[in-house]
Design a protein around this ligand. Structure first.
Ligand code: CDT
Length: 314
């Protein structure tokens, strides 16, 4: 008997700066219903799904900043989503800005099982952008001002009859993200993202933004023999265009389903979970072929070390 799980990416179009959480939650519930109708058992929603992508604004004062964050999950605004999901028997993964009781600010994602049970919380590990106001940019990307990097390593949890991992947006660009989960037997990675088309430090990359989005996730899926479900908040949000292209990627690296629009849309695929083993027991049989003793630089060093240049010149 094959192990199958039908999953969905619940893509959101733009969320206006003044749109209420209640309104966004209504949209999420509508996506949930469509996904359920199409037999999905797990819906992945975008990063920071409940508000506009607020790191594009320079905000001052703890009260103003903290207003973008959730202090409870579920809280009063999100409880209807949790209730409806449990009622339908659909699990979900939701990205939100988390303010913990002891005052930490994280860019987080929660994984909730079909019976409403919280499986895990994941805090984004790679925090991109900048800390200070940089008015030369068309818009800010102040994630490094608003979020601390997640303190925990990438985890993998038994849930949905498989082994589920999580990553958030910029995490998907780093090969270490997938490999750390691959080494824990991951079979399905959930990812929410907000990716502006325009990249101020090097606009020559703008035209390649959708290509890079697929490139990194297809490579990560294939090299670790895992499914990836990725959900965007796409479209033009307060004048800033973000890529959509939510998708489901197979352990072969192939995109098996993808969004057609940059608005609210559900992308569904049925994942054969045993397909992972075709890769993890053959070309990527880690136990047989990896050489961790040769890769020690990866964890010993952060930036580039060109100390070997001098020796090479001699
Ligand atoms: N949200 C997020 O992590 N976005 C980044 C944009 C590029 S860095 C300014 C990303 O990696 O898609």
């Amino acid at each position: 008997m094959t192990r199958e799980l039908t999953v969905a990416a619940g893509q959101l179009g733009p969320v206006a700066r003044d749109e209420s959480r209640a309104s966004v939650v209504e949209r999420l519930i509508s996506l949930l219903h469509t996904a359920h109708h199409r037999r999905a058992e797990l819906v992945v929603f975008p990063e920071l799904a409940l508000t506009t992508f607020f790191p594009r604004y320079w905000e001052e004062g703890p009260e103003v900043i903290d207003a973008w964050f959730e202090t409870e999950m579920p809280g009063p605004a999100t409880k209807p989503l949790f209730d409806e999901a449990a009622h339908l028997g659909v699990g979900f993964c939701l990205g939100y800005a988390e303010l913990t009781p002891d005052g930490h600010h994280y860019n987080s994602q929660i994984l909730v099982e079909r019976d409403g049970r919280e499986v895990a919380r994941f805090r984004k590990i790679h925090i991109p952008g900048h800390e200070d106001h940089e008015p030369w940019r068309r818009f800010q990307h102040l994630e490094r001002r608003y979020f601390e990097p997640g303190p925990d390593p990438f985890g993998v949890w038994p849930a949905f009859g498989t082994r589920v991992g999580m990553m958030i947006c910029n995490d998907r660009r780093w090969p270490e993200t997938y490999r750390v989960m691959g080494l824990q037997g991951v079979e399905l990675i959930c990812c929410g993202y907000n990716t502006p088309v325009h990249y101020a430090p090097d606009p020559s990359q703008d035209i390649l933004a959708p290509f890079h989005n697929q490139l990194v996730m297809q490579a990560g899926a294939y090299q670790n023999g895992t499914w990836v479900v990725a959900a965007a908040k796409g479209g033009v949000e307060d004048g800033v265009d973000s890529i959509a292209q939510s998708c489901v990627i197979a352990p072969s690296g192939q995109v098996v389903a993808q969004a057609f629009t940059a608005g609210d849309e559900v992308v569904v695929a049925t994942c054969d979970l045993d397909w992972c083993q075709r890769y993890t027991t053959t070309i990527f049989d880690f136990d047989r072929y990896r050489r961790p003793e040769i890769y020690t630089r990866i964890t010993a060093q952060r930036g580039v070390d060109r100390a070997g240049d001098e020796q090479a010149r001699r």
